[in-house]
Design a protein around this ligand. Structure first.
Ligand code: ADP
Length: 312
């Protein structure tokens, strides 16, 4: 089957939400969804750890963090063992940040193979399914949820150590469906900026994760101050310390602060790996440090799970 046809099938299947429901069609849908859920389980079993990156608001650097975190892990012993699922359906930008926008999802008998980026990072994104840059995704919740479900069931990730999932901002339908489809999610990283406006929505993200019983790995404060490259003076563009404060108030681990660094934006726009080009920057050190923090988190989390299962 040609790649184009396979991708079109994918889109058509996703778009066939019934407008004239009949008991028979409802039953067919239920059967198809059940089949997909089984497929998701099968595929996800091959991935050791799934970590979602969430934020209360858009534009705080969630995708930037997801992409750089994936690169940090891939360069710290997990080369070719990391994937990124760009589940930000209406604003997908992971392929751009990872420099793989010119690649495609490859169709094959077992499903759609992700694009492969730096350090063998596997990437699946809605971006690959949109015909042009101008094409918006104007779908209501149920269609987006069907797409997410299909992404999870049809993408052939293979064996991975880590899958980072870049979720759309907020606590709406799509983050909820991903969390429900992947109840074994290891945890979430919550990205915020220091402002009070952002703190209000971070509380919602924390409550969302707690209600769904997804462990919170921690809060990361992005866009935390800007050091002028000319006079070295630091300016707190979005206020100071909001992420750290909210982490303390909500008793959630604090993962660090990433300053505003124009090189992050430039590298994301060019699709060059920031952490490799600027290994000594404050931001790169925070990303590398997060690898250790997440490894420790997973170790503790697994130990707790073992203790719990022994108790039962
Ligand atoms: P979100 O996924 O939360 O909507 P993005 O990751 O797309 O946010 O980031 C929004 C914009 O901000 C992008 O252009 C990105 O390159 C830029 N950006 C993110 N973090 C930083 C930072 N620490 N310094 C400079 N630019 C940043």
């Amino acid at each position: 089957m040609s790649e184009k046809k396979n991708q079109n099938d994918f889109k058509r299947k996703t778009a066939t939400i019934e407008t004239t429901a009949t008991p028979q069609k409802n039953q067919e849908h239920t059967n198809e969804r059940e089949k997909q859920n089984q497929q998701i389980k099968k595929r996800m079993k091959k991935i050791k750890h799934k970590i979602a990156i969430i934020s209360g608001k858009g534009g705080v650097g969630k995708s930037t963090v997801a992409a750089n975190l994936a690169m940090a892990f891939a360069t710290r012993g997990y080369e070719k063992r990391v994937g990124v699922l760009d589940a930000d359906i209406t604003g997908p930008c992971i392929p751009k940040i990872l420099g793989v926008r010119d690649k495609k999802l490859q169709a094959g008998p077992p499903g759609l193979f992700p694009a492969v980026g730096p350090f063998g990072i596997k990437v699946a994104s809605m971006d690959y399914l949109l015909p042009t840059d101008e094409s918006p995704v104007i779908w209501r919740g149920p269609l987006k949820m069907r797409l997410i479900q299909q992404f999870l069931s049809d993408i052939v990730w293979g064996d991975l150590d880590f899958l980072f999932i870049d979720l759309p901002p907020g606590t709406g339908d799509e983050p909820l469906s991903i969390m429900q489809l992947l109840p074994e999610m290891d945890g979430v990283v919550i990205v915020t900026i220091p402002s009070e406006v952002s703190q209000i929505v971070v509380k919602k993200a924390v409550t969302f994760s707690r209600k769904l019983k997804i462990p919170i790995i921690g809060i990361l404060e992005n866009m935390s101050g800007f050091v002028c490259p000319h006079c070295r003076e630091q300016t707190e563009i979005f206020q100071k310390g909001g992420g750290e404060k909210i982490a303390k108030d909500l008793v959630v681990p604090f993962l660090g602060k990433i300053p505003i660094d124009p090189k992050i934006c430039q590298d994301s726009d060019k699709g060059t790996p920031f952490i490799i080009k600027h290994p000594n920057s404050v931001a790169s050190k925070v990303f590398m440090n997060m690898v250790k923090k997440i490894e420790v988190f997973l170790l503790k989390h697994n130990q707790n799970e073992i203790v719990e299962s022994v108790k039962q």
